[in-house]
Structure formats: structure tokens, C-alpha cells
Design a protein around this ligand. Sequence first.
Ligand SMILES: [Zn+2]
Length: 83
Amino acid sequence: MIYHCNRCRYDFEASVPPVRCPDCGSRALRRATRAERVEYLQLMKLVAAESWDDAGLRRRAGNAAAEESPSPAREKELPVCSA
Ligand SMILES: [Zn+2]
């Protein structure tokens, strides 16, 4: 079940009806409306996808760096500033 805090608008999941909001401690809780449930689930999906992507990106970035490191990085001749 997903609940909604009327005070801080925090949405959260709980298996038993919560007494207090885990975020702000308020007792002004009610069951989330359909729209709020959808919003909450979409947010959770985004968060899950995001953290997965982050891990994947870090792996890919690490591999790319390892592959590129042996190749010589040619330094371009920089124009000497003769003031
Ligand atoms: Zn709250």
C-alpha cells in the first residue's frame, strides 16, 4: 500500500498502515490516490533505471579509459605566448 503525507507530500510504501510519516513525522497520513500511486511508481521506476544506468555508465567509462590509455595522446604544439 502506498501512503501520502498531507504535510510534506511525501509518498511512501508500507505494508502496515503507518502512524507517522517517515519523512517529517507527521500523523497527517492518508492512502495515496490513484494519481499519486502512479506518480510514485513512475518515480521509483526512474530511480531504479537511473541507478542502473549510473553503474553501467561507470563500467563503460572505465573500459573506455583502459582501452584508450595505451594509445599515445599527441600533444599539439601550443602557440607560445611571446609577450
Ligand atoms: Zn511527511
